[in-house]
Design a binder for this molecule. Structure first.
Ligand code: NDP
Length: 512
């Protein structure tokens, strides 16, 4: 037990808006040594970081942070494992990953409460997330027999061309706290199948599920060193990993400002980078839409995971002629949502992940309302005294705030939804595109022409038509503009974990 009793806030506590509770009973705080390297738990040299339960604001575990030397050890383990792993037949890699993923699936019931306790989401959402993560691993296991290069016969008489597809080497996977396991597996699955080895860094606030996930993959037969995990802060462990000269590619999911920093860290050595960054997804509801279905999708899309999802309905533009009905329906759904601890029976929306995140959201809503707009529900922490210690924020709906207010122009990463009345599709698309982000988007209409127009003109990596915003492993996913570049999911993801090489066999000059 190494929690500070000084009463002073550490820099980590200030950054994350939490406080190591001095009243926490000693026996409830479990200490973890830190990383998972070369198939075993590894004791990090850095200071212990608390893992806080967002539902009561108390630390229940602490995990030692990785130092530069610990990061070096993880990259060395991944380098050592690389030759044997990359030389296996692709189908053999698929077989091994598949067996390991099935072993994780057998331990789902153990992982679910851990994820809820460290992240805050409901047990139901933890089950959905973990099941999705394993599904993604299995999707790429299935694709392992489809990884192909190309052959171009007859480049010249007697000359053939081949395009080989080869792994990159050691890949760094940097993952945020909102979906610690799905966002990990989006990177891990294609990277491993393609023959790379991976060192992952989960967010400092959600290390536990990832560590156990890695341990289970190892128990399930993934060879030592093929997948390593380092814990710690982004500024120390994250930067050391990204900057490591033997890391060939960085796959990052997180905020746009940190993504920009990652690009600069990857410049030396010209490392490969894919960036899945922030979003501010617009939803357009036309006057001919199924209004009940659209309102449900808006509520689900905004309040799922307590609004802390990159892909989420973050701005609604509804035709003025049907706006009152839609707004009333969304507000009534928001008011009915049962907010509570993620592990409490009947909870539909858990707390936000950190006090800092909640304060940021509250600030965005306050600054927006100061500029204009009408608050129809929410706008602060719920009144229930039982929730006072947790990082709760009530489902919030604001109507017609100014188009240059924070809720219109910034990413809103919490359960607060702005809704605007618009005249027609042209205005809706213009407003939708007036954002620095371009991740997801959705359009609700029964008119095929409107649907086609919107799909072609909205600047985003995904457009759903009359559909809630569900991501499919089969389709490539990635942002435009400040939402990043590169793709995850789909066969396309494999391209981001391989290099192609052209090979010419035979020479035209050899022929008489
Ligand atoms: P951050 O960018 O702050 O952190 C993401 C990860 O990067 C964490 O593991 C963090 O570690 C690490 N990190 C932070 N600074 C550095 C650094 N200098 N070098 C290396 N690693 C670093 O994101 P948030 O935690 O705020 O996550 C939410 C953001 O993620 C939102 O903007 C959201 O939209 C985006 N996101 C995007 C998705 C997409 O697919 N496009 C999906 C989900 C979320 P630590 O936390 O320990 O400091």
């Amino acid at each position: 037990m190494r929690l500070s009793r000084s009463g002073r806030r550490s820099s980590w506590e200030r950054e994350h808006g939490v406080r190591r509770s001095v009243s926490t009973p000693l026996q409830t705080v479990k200490t973890h040594p830190g990383s998972f390297i070369g198939g075993a738990r590894h004791r990090n040299a850095g200071e212990p970081l608390p893992v806080v339960n967002p539902a009561d604001g108390r630390p229940f575990a602490e995990v030692q942070a990785a130092s530069q030397a610990d990061v070096d050890a993880a990259v060395e383990a991944a380098c050592a494992a690389y030759p044997a792993w990359s030389e296996l037949a692709v189908s053999k890699r698929g077989e091994i990953v598949g067996r390991a993923a099935r072993h994780v699936a057998e331990h789902l019931e153990e992982l679910i409460p851990t994820l809820t306790r460290e992240q805050g989401k409901t047990l139901r959402d933890s089950r959905i997330e973990l099941t999705r993560a394993i599904d993604t691993l299995m999707h790429y296991v299935g694709l392992s027999k489809a990884l192909r290069g190309a052959h171009t016969p007859g480049l010249d008489p007697g000359v053939d061309g081949f395009v080989l597809r080869l792994p990159l080497g050691v890949v760094a996977a940097i993952v945020p706290w909102n979906f610690p396991t799905t966002l990990l597996c989006n990177k891990l699955a294609p990277a491993l199948i393609a023959g790379n080895t991976v060192v992952a860094k989960p967010a400092g606030t959600t290390p536990l599920t990832t560590l156990r996930f890695a341990e289970l993959l190892s128990e399930g037969g993934l060879p030592d060193g093929v997948f390593d995990v380092i814990t710690g802060t982004g500024s120390v462990a994250g930067e050391a990993l990204v900057s490591h000269p033997q890391v060939r590619k960085v796959a990052f999911t997180g905020s746009t400002p940190v993504g920009e920093r990652i690009i600069s860290l990857c410049a030396p050595g010209v490392k490969r980078v894919t960036l899945e960054l922030g979003g501010s997804d617009p939803m357009i509801i036309c006057d001919d839409a199924d209004l009940a279905a659209a309102s449900s999708a808006a509520s689900m899309g905004r309040f799922y995971n307590c609004g802390q999802a990159c892909l989420a309905i973050k701005r609604v533009y509804v035709f003025a002629s049907v706006a009152d009905e839609v707004i009333e329906s969304i507000v009534s759904k928001a008011k009915r949502l049962r907010v509570g601890p993620g592990d409490a029976k009947g909870t539909q929306m858990g707390p936000m992940h950190t006090a800092g995140g909640r304060a940021e959201l509250a600030g965005q809503v306050e600054r927006t309302l100061a500029a204009g707009g009408e608050l129809l529900t929410g706008g602060g922490a719920p009144a229930d005294p039982e929730l006072a210690e947790g990082f709760f924020y009530g489902p919030t709906v604001v109507v017609d705030p100014p188009h240059d207010s924070p809720m219109a122009t910034e990413e809103v990463f919490g359960p607060a939804l702005p809704v605007w009345r618009v005249a027609d599709l042209d205005e809706a698309i213009e407003r939708a595109n007036a954002s620095p982000f371009g991740l997801g988007s959705s359009v609700w209409t029964k008119d095929l022409d409107r649907a086609r127009q919107a799909a072609a003109r909205i600047e985003a990596g995904y457009t759903w038509i009359n559909s809630r915003t569900k991501v499919y492993d089969e389709l490539p996913f990635g942002g435009w503009k400040a939402s990043g570049y590169g793709k995850e999911h789909g066969e396309e993801a494999l391209e981001y974990y391989t290099e192609t090489k052209s090979v010419v066999i035979g020479s035209p000059d050899d022929r008489p």
